[in-house]
Design a binder for this molecule. Structure first.
Ligand SMILES: Nc1ncnc2c1ncn2[C@@H]1O[C@H](COP(=O)(O)OP(=O)(O)O)[C@@H](O)[C@H]1O
Ligand SMILES: [Mg+2]
Length: 260
């Protein structure tokens, strides 16, 4: 819970660099996200948005710099002026505070909806199966899927699968939720049901959110900041109202013009 005396950012990027072979995707990237912030990342395909989220989720190895989660170094720390890799155990500990929902749902197809949701609470947090199931049922209720607990993911529509994925992320009680184009793989008429669930999460929790989306109305409704990326750099940053109605940079104008 954020409090008035606790001003540590939820997420801090310090001189972050990410390379894939010779391809420098992020370089000298610095930004911070306050607790409870909802930050939308926009920018053309290949600008590094997914890489930023995957670095926070420790799904990618940092090539340089530091990421801090509530002041705790995530994967590397400074020790006597040196950059030192932190152990897997430490990374896993910090990652417990972070949930991620992917474009392609990434549910376990061989498990039921209930099994998908309780997997991490039971195996990562050590919750009892009974407690995890009770919590999962409440979350399924919340996302409108109370009657789907015993189904398998492939028996569900894309929108339903994505709502299960949201429930699965929330089952860990994350401080930070990462959403990577969670409606991009869905038929247009189904997008609304997923965004409605996320709007409700945004309204009823103070979870810090990093959101990659092309849904500008959704970004306006839930986020308080928008950062425009191009080539791994922040082109400009503003409130959604200003960014979408009055972009300052030519690159942002072009991008916004192209997606609407
Ligand atoms: N696993 C990977 N291996 C090699 N290159 C990658 C990998 N993931 C991303 N990239 C490269 O990183 C750049 C940024 O990609 P990404 O973060 O997915 O951008 P965005 O999400 O903004 O479309 C692209 O040039 C992409 O080809
Ligand atoms: Mg992406």
């Amino acid at each position: 819970m954020p409090s008035a005396t606790d001003n540590n950012p939820a997420i801090l990027f310090e001189d972050v660099e990410k390379r894939f072979g010779d391809n420098v995707v992020l370089k000298d990237l610095n930004f911070s996200v306050a607790k409870g912030d909802r930050v939308t990342l926009i920018g053309p395909s290949g600008s590094g948005k997914t890489t930023i989220l995957r670095l926070v989720m420790t799904l990618e190895e940092l090539s340089g710099g530091y990421i801090y989660i509530e002041d705790d170094p995530l994967a590397y720390e400074k020790r006597d002026g040196k950059r030192v890799a932190l152990r897997e155990k430490h990374r896993n500990e910090i990652r417990k505070r972070i949930g991620m929902v992917f474009q392609q749902f990434n549910l376990f197809p061989n498990m039921t909806v209930m099994e998908n949701i309780i997997e991490a609470p039971v195996h990562v947090l050590g919750m009892s199966k009974a407690d995890a199931k009770a919590k999962a049922q409440g979350l399924l209720d919340q996302v409108g899927l109370a009657d789907k607990a015993n189904q398998h993911p492939l028996q569900l529509s894309g929108g339903q699968q994505q709502r299960v994925a949201i429930a699965r992320a929330l089952a860990m009680d994350p401080d930070i939720l990462l959403l990577d184009e969670v409606t991009s793989a869905l038929d247009p008429e189904i997008v609304g049901e997923v965004l409605a669930v996320l709007r409700q999460v945004a309204e009823t929790t103070d979870i810090t959110m990093l959101i990659v989306t092309h849904e500008m109305q959704f970004a306006k409704d839930v986020s308080n900041r928008v950062m425009m990326f191009d080539g791994g750099h922040i082109v400009e940053e503003n409130t959604p109202e200003e960014m979408f109605s009055n972009p300052q940079e030519e690159r942002t104008k072009q991008f916004l013009h192209a997606i609407v």
